[in-house]
Design a protein around this ligand. Structure first.
Ligand code: SAM
Length: 292
């Protein structure tokens, strides 16, 4: 029988913080969860079973970690703040299936970790992320092709809305397309600031990204696809043509771009925000052959 999580409420968190004289560090995006319903919701949204290997990014004092260790086969938690390491040793002492690594997650070789700890099989990522590096963490996981089944994370609500947005909406942009290239997003819960200590300035949401086994689109040159997407949204109010023409990283003449847009079946005045991932893929493959 695994020990039950006990660190989920504000009183317990205060006791642990006082015991160790812990000081929150803003630069590490430290907002600890103090709501048992939200903690349970994260674990259920991630559909953790006792067969799962879970990587947690930023365990803090170990609150979510206790819930994960209770539900999963094995948990590895990566924490950057050295002051939290002795606290984690204490709060996680009842679980023998948790390993804490003191490291910056952006510097850790997560492919090697998945290989060593889970025989290279897909892992589940679960976290209440430090908001200042949400995008580098998530895009890093995708771009480095870490074998993953899903990513279930608490992030800033505004960022969650951008990740799951579709064409023609105000939130749709380069982040939506990048995330949806690799995964299927699902917004599992909205979470208000009073569920954290200290309270963040922004609303939060739990989003689950189901990693796609087969990509939605395949292109000859993924670098070009993402360069086109970025250029199209750099100047939101401009037409697709002007966005692409004005981007110094794209080596195409105006005439080439005009013809490409027409030959792909888009109107000359179309804006990037109207295009689907499939549309960008078509344009990317058309332009790949015309690269200097
Ligand atoms: N999981 C805890 C909870 O829910 O109460 C804490 C979440 S808090 C929002 C984010 C955590 O990520 C903090 O513990 C912070 O120190 C840690 N962190 C920040 N940057 C990190 C990085 N680059 N690598 C690993 N951990 C990081």
């Amino acid at each position: 029988m695994r020990a039950e999580p006990w660190l989920g409420d504000p009183q317990r968190t205060i006791e642990v913080l006082q015991k160790y004289g812990f000081k929150f560090q803003k630069k590490f995006g430290q907002n600890f969860l103090i709501d048992t319903h939200v903690l349970e919701k994260i674990v259920s949204a991630a559909e953790i079973t006792e067969d799962d290997f879970v990587l947690e990014i930023g365990p803090g004092i170990g609150t979510l970690t206790q819930y994960l260790a209770h539900a999963a086969r094995e948990v590895v938690a990566v924490e950057i703040d050295r002051n939290l390491i002795p606290i984690l040793e204490d709060t996680l002492s009842e679980w023998d299936n948790v390993t804490v690594i003191h490291e910056d997650v952006l510097k850790l070789d997560l492919n090697a970790l998945a290989q060593e700890r889970n025989n290279g099989k897909p892992i589940k990522i679960v976290a209440n992320l430090p908001y200042y590096i949400t995008t580098p963490i998530i895009m890093g996981l995708f771009e480095k092709h870490v074998p993953m089944e899903s990513i279930t994370v608490m992030i800033q609500k505004e960022v969650a809305l951008r990740m799951e947005a579709g064409p023609g909406t105000k939130d749709y942009g380069a982040l939506s397309l990048a995330v949806q290239f690799y995964s299927e997003p699902y917004l599992a819960a909205n979470v208000p600031p009073n569920c954290f200590m200290p309270r963040p300035q922004v609303g939060s949401a739990v989003i689950r990204l189901n990693c796609l086994k087969e990509k939605r689109v395949t292109v000859q040159d993924e670098g070009l696809l993402f360069a086109l997407i970025r250029a199209s949204f750099n100047q939101r109010r401009k037409t697709l043509l002007n966005g692409l023409k004005n981007d110094a990283s794209l080596p195409y003449e105006r005439e080439v771009l005009e013809k490409a847009i027409a030959d792909c079946g888009f109107s000359a005045s179309v804006r990037g925000e109207a295009l689907l991932l499939e549309d960008f893929a078509k344009l990317s493959d058309y332009l790949t052959d015309l690269k200097k």
